[in-house]
Write a protein that binds this ligand. Structure first.
Ligand code: ADP
Length: 168
């Protein structure tokens, strides 16, 4: 939404290992209420990702190519620093269930107290994706289950080749 000449540029941070239809639902809906949305893919040295940064970025870019005000970048360190570097004043997060609420609240309040210009906006998940996580999708893919209802076709292809012959 335009405020005078000011742009609302938001970031949507996460691991996206890989991006799911739950993430894409949040991306589509939030991209409609901001001028620009930057998906921030976290380089987290504490987590051992299944997909490389390049793969994660490429999967997001392919799945969001119709959304002209959305782009994906990698980042390391604090989310607020990534926001500042990109002149963004809004963080988007998705809430699946009350179980997400407590930690998300803590993160949002920490970010706001580190950098008071930053606010967090939560989108509640569409019900059909409330149970969905990247971890669950990988689990189903590992055992050869049908993941077509959970991820876009390009991600389904990547997961299938990643886990081809993994479980016999
Ligand atoms: P993280 O590792 O930071 O949890 P994720 O990539 O798993 O990162 O998630 C990024 C954001 O997307 C978080 O705000 C998370 O709550 C949200 N999210 C993940 N899955 C879903 C879903 N199925 N529906 C809505 N939001 C989701």
């Amino acid at each position: 939404m335009k405020r005078g000449n000011l742009l609302t540029r938001a970031i949507y941070p996460g691991s996206f290992d890989p991006v799911t239809l739950g993430h894409l639902d949040i991306i589509e809906r939030s991209s409609r209420v901001v001028d620009e949305l930057i998906i921030g893919v976290l380089i987290n040295n504490k987590k051992n990702p299944t997909f490389t940064m390049e793969e994660r970025l490429e999967m997001i870019r392919e799945a969001t190519k119709e959304l002209k005000n959305v782009k994906a970048l990698s980042f390391e360190g604090l989310t607020v620093d990534f926001a500042r570097q990109n002149d963004a004043n809004l963080i988007i997060r998705g809430l699946r269930a009350v179980t997400d609420f407590e930690s998300e609240m803590q993160i949002a309040q920490t970010n706001h107290s580190i950098m008071s210009q930053i606010d967090t906006m939560f989108f509640t998940t569409s019900l059909e994706y409330a149970f969905l996580s990247s971890t669950i999708v990988k689990e189903v893919a590992f055992y050869g289950g049908d993941i077509s209802g959970f991820v876009p076709p390009n991600v389904e292809k990547m997961l299938k080749s990643k886990y081809a012959g993994a479980h016999n």
